[in-house]
Design a protein around this ligand. Structure first.
Ligand SMILES: Cc1cc2nc3c(=O)[nH]c(=O)nc-3n(C[C@H](O)[C@H](O)[C@H](O)COP(=O)(O)O)c2cc1C
Length: 151
């Protein structure tokens, strides 16, 4: 309990305390695009008092998402859908927003759990290669920097 509620410094970032909200997939994105759900869900968590909140696993390419309901950051449309979320969080909370950028690999392109969670044909056909995944991750990081820094 002693240090939990004391500030923590990570390079240039100082968190108000040492509590971090872990990333939680919500299956509420639309083909990777953030929806009004993300304002409500992340906006609520931003009021939790935690020092940092990690936005759910966010796919770096369409084939790399776990399900079509998972967040993505792979093109201008997915970036634009997320863009207003960050300033909305910042306007109402001192929490530090972070994001888990991801590629679900062999688990990618599955159906949502309540529809059985099976792999889609696009996953089986995609031949997901590691070099492509890393390249996509670099691009997603650039988009993420734009979102977090310019927002
Ligand atoms: C609804 C839900 C969604 C989750 N989504 C993710 C996710 O997007 N990425 C991830 O790495 N872990 C995810 N997890 C796992 C959590 O981040 C966390 O590691 C897990 O709940 C264990 O932490 P706990 O013991 O504090 O509950 C999810 C967990 C839950 C309950």
């Amino acid at each position: 309990m002693g240090v939990l509620f004391t500030p923590a410094t990570l390079k240039a970032l100082t968190l108000s305390d040492r509590i971090v909200v872990s990333p939680m997939c919500e299956y509420r994105a639309v083909d990777g695009r953030a929806s009004s759900w993300h304002f409500a869900h992340l906006g609520g968590l931003a009021q939790s008092g935690a020092g940092m909140m990690i936005i759910e696993a966010t796919a770096v390419e369409p084939e790399g998402h776990i399900t079509p309901g998972c967040l993505g950051l792979w093109d201008d449309e997915t970036e634009a859908a997320l863009k207003p979320v960050v300033p909305a969080i910042r306007a109402n909370s001192s929490i530090a927003p972070a994001m888990q950028i991801s590629h679900a690999g062999r688990k990618a392109s599955s159906e949502v759990p309540w529809k059985g969670g099976s792999l889609s044909a696009s996953n089986r056909a995609a031949g997901l290669r590691m070099d492509r995944r890393l390249c996509r991750k670099r691009r997603a990081r650039r988009r993420l920097r734009r979102l977090m820094v310019l927002a």
